[in-house]
Write a protein that binds this ligand. Structure first.
Ligand SMILES: Cc1cc2nc3c(=O)[nH]c(=O)nc-3n(C[C@H](O)[C@H](O)[C@H](O)COP(=O)(O)O)c2cc1C
Length: 159
């Protein structure tokens, strides 16, 4: 009963939705919907992203030491949903979404309204996830938008 209550409490933590873009040493690009993202330092500007250890993307971050965080707007639930399943890299698309390689090589998705590019500056084991500390090394804001959050959709990750 206590575990169930804890899960209910954890599910009330509000999250924004992003696609984390990753790249392997062999050039394979991938992306996955991510909500466990937070800023953790002003100077230098650093964020954390938690990636589940059994995700393919986890292996790619380990491989390259870089990732991008692509911000989704409140009309992009379908895109967020697509990247909650394994997707394929074909040419200039991942999961059918066009991307370009950023300064770090990590994929930057065209449809995102903004992105941050990060180099891994540290990591922490966190049970079934690894928490990656990313130093922000490049960014772009394409248009003003309201981020998609778990208040806009029944999609959830937590508990
Ligand atoms: C709403 C939502 C948010 C998610 N957030 C995360 C997250 O923060 N970290 C994570 O590792 N997986 C998260 N996932 C799961 C991944 O998006 C999903 O397992 C994905 O298919 C992993 O891709 P990969 O196996 O190609 O790496 C989330 C799933 C959903 C439905």
């Amino acid at each position: 009963m206590e575990d169930q209550t804890r899960s209910e409490i954890l599910k009330t933590i509000p999250y924004g939705f992003y696609i984390t873009g990753v790249i392997g040493g062999d050039g394979e690009a991938n992306g996955f919907t991510t909500c466990w993202v937070s800023q953790v330092s002003f100077e230098p500007q650093q964020i954390i992203v938690a990636a589940r250890k059994d995700h393919h993307s986890h292996d790619l971050i380990e491989d390259s030491g870089v990732f991008s965080v692509n911000f989704l707007d409140s009309e992009q639930e379908d895109l967020a949903r697509r990247f909650t399943e394994p997707v394929q890299h074909e040419g200039e698309t991942v999961g059918g979404a066009e991307f370009v390689a950023g300064e770090t090589g990590a994929p930057i998705f065209d449809e995102a309204f903004a992105h941050l590019e990060c180099r891994v500056a540290g990591k922490m084991e966190a049970g079934d996830h690894t928490v990656y500390l990313g130093e922000v090394v490049a960014s772009n804001l394409k248009r003003p938008a309201d981020i998609l959050t778990d208040l806009d959709t029944p999609m959830e990750y937590g508990g």
